[in-house]
Every structure is written in C-alpha cells, then in structure tokens.
Write a protein that binds this ligand. Structure first.
Ligand SMILES: [Zn+2]
Length: 362
C-alpha cells in the first residue's frame, strides 16, 4: 500500500460483530490506507485481518457477561498479534437500534436487550482484561484497546462494502439486507449517514400498509415492509397458511411438515411455477420494490448493495424484486444506479466497524 500517509499503513483497529449467535473479532492493520488505495485504483487486495476470533455468544446473555466475553476476545487478538504502541480503536457492530452516540443499545431483539449502556460496559471490561493480560515476549506494553464505538450492524456492513467491497468507487451507496429482518445503511458523498439519533437507514420499517389488518412488525408497529419480506415473517406466514390448508410444492420440498418450510423451499417452489409461491411473490415483491424505489428517489445512490440470507437463497424472489423495481423509480434515478451483490460476505461488518473506528479515533 503506497497511497495516503505512510503512518496510516501501520494503523491498527479492531472490528467486532456482535450477532445473535456469534461474536466475531478481528484486528486489522492499515484499513484507511487500503481504502485510499482501492479508491485510487491501485492494486490492493481484500482486507485481511492480522488476528481474529469467532466464538458463540452462548447462553449467558446478560449485557455485562457479553461485554466481558467480547473484551476477552479483543485483548486476545491484540496479544496474538503482539500489538504495541498507540491505543487501538474498537468498533462494535450490533444488530440493534442505537440511542444516539451514547453507546446505548436501545433495542436488540436477538439478545433481548432494551436500553443497555453496552458501550460503557465494554470499555470497563476492556480495562479489566488489559490489566490481567499476559506480558508480551518482547517485554513491551500491550497496546490499549479503545475507545469503543457502537454501530448499527447494517450501517457497518454497508460502510465496509462502500469502502472495501462491492461498492468501491461509488460515493453514494445504499445497502439493503433481507435476512431474518430487513436492515439498511446509507453512505452519501462518502460519509455514513447516522441521522439525529443514530437510527438512519431503518428501511425495514418503511410503511407499506396501514390499519388493523396490516401485519404486526417486531418494532411494535404494523405494516412495515419487514413484516412482509423479512425472513422470519415470510416463513411464519407460509407455515401458517400451509397449516390452514393452502396447497404448495413448498410443503413437499420441506418433507410434508409445514413447520419445516423456509424461504428457500418457497423459492424452489416458485422456480417450478407453483401458484402459491408466485402469488406470494406477486404480493410482496412489488411492496419491497416500492420501498427500494422510495429510498432510491430520496438518496439517488450510484450503487445499491442488495444482500442478506433471504435474497441470496431466493434467486426467484430477487428477480421478481428487480423486475418490479423497474417501475418503482424513474429512469433518471435508475439509469445511474448499479445493483450489486455484497462482496465481503460475513466480514463486511467487522471491516466496516474497524474502518469507522479508525477514521474517528485512529
Ligand atoms: Zn417495523
């Protein structure tokens, strides 16, 4: 890496992905310099961590316990890399709405947390872990981890794809991920947009239906696009309707048990021309495309990173969405837009968190 300030090439930062199942921690060197090199078109590979760990969150989900677990992993990767010198900023991506920039997790359904001062807990736990860390063989002091910054997971993922993944070269990027829920992230003119209370990009809760008949969403309201297209909602709806007697090849593909039907079965059925699956897609794909179209009208992105476990396992649904999108925004906004799949896979969030932490505190 030759572009940018030479000292940046040695700059360390830690990215953490705290999901409902795994904690992933990775230590990177020189992410800002790598981003600059990629933007300049210089030959530069994908970001490679110099040390990393992945462990199950486990059953102990009290916030202080998870903070202690995460802090131990962060200090272990610093020890493994023999990190010395300046403090190493730590970015933590959490599947949660945040409460401003206070380090407070407002609502993390995967973890069952509400209004948890998780940033402060991690900072305290890191200090304890650093104090008991083993001495480095060189005798030098281990670099101190911190400060700690929390990010919404999909914001961090989108930033990772913008800086070092599928959207390198674009300055205006929208990331939309359809997994169990639907998350979004916005980069405008090269900056992550976090909004007044750090909740920008909540595209999953765009309203597409109103009234008491609208499906309930995990956010407490009704009619959000997530309540139609989010993986959990799609799956529960199909299971409910098949139990109630709806006929679909998805049931055969799931071995005859409605309780085992998942979005992949529905998509395989749709590929066979199954009426139930195609009717379902004819309802939800235009709603999701309208959501995307509204966001595209608002933001005029150059790149739309469209990913997540549901869309990657449901290629027919993806095609229906892309077809419906053609009439969901005008040509003036669709012509300059390139729709891409994510390039960094599971690493996008830790790369994005580590880079954002480095930019703010490196
Ligand atoms: Zn909602």
């Amino acid at each position: 890496v030759t572009s940018g300030a030479p000292d940046r090439a040695s700059e360390l930062s830690v990215g953490v992905d705290l999901g409902g199942t795994n904690i992933r921690v990775a230590l990177y060197r020189g992410l800002r310099a790598l981003h600059a090199a990629r933007v300049a078109g210089e030959p530069a590979g994908a970001p490679q961590p110099i040390a990393w760990q992945r462990e199950l969150v486990g059953d102990e989900r009290e916030p202080a316990s998870v903070a202690a677990h995460l802090a131990r992993m962060v200090v272990e990767v610093l020890v493994a890399a023999g990190a010395t010198g300046a403090p190493v900023p730590v970015g933590v991506g959490v599947a949660s709405m945040l409460r401003g920039h206070t380090g407070i997790v407002a609502n993390a359904p995967n973890l069952g947390w509400r209004d948890v001062a998780f940033g402060a807990l991690v900072t305290e736990a890191l200090a304890r872990e650093l104090a008991r860390a083993p001495a480095l063989p060189s005798g030098a002091a281990l670099a101190a981890p911190g400060p700690v910054t929390l990010f919404n997971d999909v914001n961090a993922i989108t930033y990772g794809e913008y800086a070092l993944g599928a959207a390198v070269g674009a300055r205006d990027v929208l990331g939309v991920y359809v997994g169990t829920g639907i998350g979004g992230g916005i980069v405008a003119d090269g900056r992550l947009i976090e909004g007044a209370s750090n909740c920008a990009g909540e595209i999953g809760h765009f309203k597409v239906a109103y009234g008491d008949d609208a499906p309930p969403c995990g956010c407490g309201l009704r009619g959000c696009i997530e309540a139609f297209m989010g993986g959990v909602h799609l799956q529960e709806r199909a299971q409910r309707e098949l139990r109630a007697g709806a006929r679909s090849a998805a049931l055969r593909l799931a071995g005859g048990d409605p309780g085992l039907v998942h979005p992949g079965h529905i998509d395989m059925a749709a590929a066979e021309g199954d009426g139930y699956a195609l009717d379902l897609y004819a309802e939800v794909a235009p709603l999701f495309a309208a959501t995307l179209g509204n966001a595209i009208n608002l933001l005029n992105p150059a790149r739309l990173v469209l990913g997540g476990g549901v869309l990657s396992r449901a290629p027919v649904l993806r095609e229906h969405v892309l077809t419906a999108l053609q009439v969901a925004a005008s040509r003036a906004l669709l012509d300059p837009l390139t729709i891409v799949e994510p390039a960094l896979g599971d690493d996008a969030g830790i790369v994005g968190s580590a880079l954002l932490a480095s930019e703010r505190h490196g």
